[in-house]
Design a protein around this ligand. Structure first.
Ligand SMILES: [Fe+2]
Length: 366
C-alpha cells in the first residue's frame, strides 16, 4: 500500500490572490487558453497574487487536448527568458501543458523529445503550480500530463512524475463555466473515481478518495440533467463539483485510471470528443461486465443508484448516444488487448468477448 501526494493545496475562495506569492522565482511563465482564464478572472487573480519584483510571461495559446507541437512552441518562445516556474491556469489542458513545458525548459533545447517525455521516469522539471478552472481532470494533484501526439493520432501520458508543487483551487471559477463543459468535465471526474476504485491496486486506504468523491457526485448529479437545472447551482454546489474533481485526481494519482480511459484515447482524437465525453462511454459496460459485482454495488450505492441501468439512463439523458465507426472500435479493442500496462490495472482476465459487449445506450457501432 502506498499513499503519496506532495502537492500543497489551498482550496478556498480567492486563494490565487491570497496565496499566489508562494509561486516564487525570478521569471514565471503562465500557460493558459485563449479566453476562459480571462473571462473567469483566474488569470487576473494569479497576476495579482504573484509577489512584486517577479517577471511574468503569459502563453495563452493552449488549445484543448494540447499537442506536443504547442508545448514545444511555448518552450521555444520562452527559453531565452530564464523561466524558473511554470503555472497552468485553466482546465486540465492548460495545467498539463504547463507540466510539459516545465520539463522542456529544465532540459536542453535539443533533447530527444521521445526519450524525455516517454522513456525517462526521472526527467527533471521546473516547479509547477496549478490553478484549475474546470472540474474534471484533477490534474492539479496528479503527476500526469497528457498530450496529443498528432503523428500517432492518439494521446500519450508523459512518463515523468509531474506533481504540481502548489494547487490554488477556487470553486468561484466555475461561475462562468458553460453547461456542456461542466458536464464533460464532471463525467471525467466520475470516471476517475470509479476506475480508481476498481483497479488492481485499489484497497481500503486509497479508496477513501473515491468514496468521498462519489458521495459528492451523488449530491450534485441532478444539476447536470439539463441547462434548466444547471442554472440553479450555487456556491455550495460549485464547491462540491470542484472537490469531486480534486478527489478524482487524488484517486487516479494513487491508483491510476482503468480500462475506460485506455479505451478512449483514439476515440477522443478521431471523433473530436471532449476527453470526459469519450471516457464515460465505456463506464456502463465496464461496470456491467466487471467480474466482482460486490464492488460495483458499492459504487452504485455511493452514487445513489440501484443498478447500472439507472446510472446509464441518467448519463444517456444528459449525453445521448455517440455513433462510433466499427473500424475505430475494432482498433480500440485490439490496442487494449495488447496494452499490458493497462490490462494490469484490471483485476481479472479481460477478453475480446467482454469488450464487444460494452456498446449500449451511450455508444453504438456504425
Ligand atoms: Fe480523465
Amino acid at each position: 500500500m502506498k499513499l503519496y501526494n506532495p502537492t500543497k493545496v489551498y482550496f478556498e475562495k480567492d486563494c490565487a490572490v491570497n496565496h499566489g506569492r508562494e509561486i516564487t522565482g525570478r521569471h514565471i511563465l503562465i500557460l493558459t487558453g485563449r479566453n476562459s482564464a480571462k473571462a473567469n478572472h483566474s488569470l487576473d487573480d494569479v497576476l495579482a497574487g504573484i509577489g512584486p519584483g517577479v517577471e511574468v510571461s503569459v502563453f495563452d495559446e493552449v488549445e484543448s487536448d494540447p499537442t506536443i507541437e504547442t508545448v514545444v512552441r511555448a518552450a521555444a518562445q520562452n527559453r531565452a527568458a530564464g523561466i524558473d516556474f511554470c503555472v497552468g491556469v485553466g482546465g486540465g489542458s492548460a495545467i498539463d501543458a504547463a507540466k510539459a513545458v516545465a520539463v522542456l525548459l529544465a532540459n536542453e533545447e535539443n533533447a530527444d523529445l521521445e526519450k524525455l517525455f516517454y522513456a525517462d521516469r526521472n526527467a527533471v522539471h521546473l516547479p509547477i503550480a496549478a490553478v484549475p478552472t474546470t472540474c474534471g481532470t484533477g490534474s492539479e494533484v496528479t503527476p500526469f500530463s497528457v498530450l496529443t501526439d498528432s503523428a500517432q493520432g492518439t494521446k500519450r501520458t508523459i512518463f515523468s512524475q509531474l506533481y504540481p508543487q502548489l494547487a490554488l483551487v477556487d470553486p468561484k471559477y466555475l461561475e462562468t463555466i458553460p453547461y456542456r463543459t461542466c458536464v464533460s468535465t464532471c463525467v471525467d471526474a466520475l470516471a476517475h473515481l470509479i476506475e480508481a476504485y476498481m483497479t488492481t491496486r485499489a484497497n481500503n486506504y486509497n479508496r477513501f478518495y473515491s468514496i468521498t468523491g462519489l458521495r459528492l457526485f451523488r449530491e450534485f448529479k441532478d444539476f447536470l440533467k439539463g441547462p434548466e437545472y444547471f442554472e440553479r447551482i450555487d456556491d455550495a454546489v460549485r464547491e462540491k463539483m470542484m472537490a469531486c474533481a480534486m478527489f478524482g485526481g487524488y484517486a487516479i494519482a494513487t491508483n491510476g485510471s482503468g480500462l475506460p480511459h485506455g479505451l478512449a484515447n483514439s476515440i477522443t482524437h478521431e471523433l473530436q470528443l471532449a476527453h470526459g465525453r469519450s471516457v464515460i462511454l465505456f463506464i456502463p459496460g465496464f461496470l456491467r461486465y466487471y467480474q466482482d459485482q460486490t464492488v460495483v454495488a458499492e459504487i452504485l450505492k455511493l452514487l445513489g443508484y440501484q443498478c447500472v441501468d439507472e446510472l446509464e439512463d441518467d448519463l444517456y439523458a444528459i449525453l445521448g448516444c455517440v455513433p462510433v465507426p466499427v473500424d475505430l472500435w475494432n482498433r480500440e479493442i485490439d490496442k487494449m488487448l495488447s496494452n499490458a500496462h493497462k490490462l494490469s490495472s484490471y483485476p481479472f482476465q479481460m477478453t475480446e468477448d467482454i469488450l464487444r459487449r460494452y456498446p449500449g445506450k451511450l455508444f453504438r457501432c456504425i
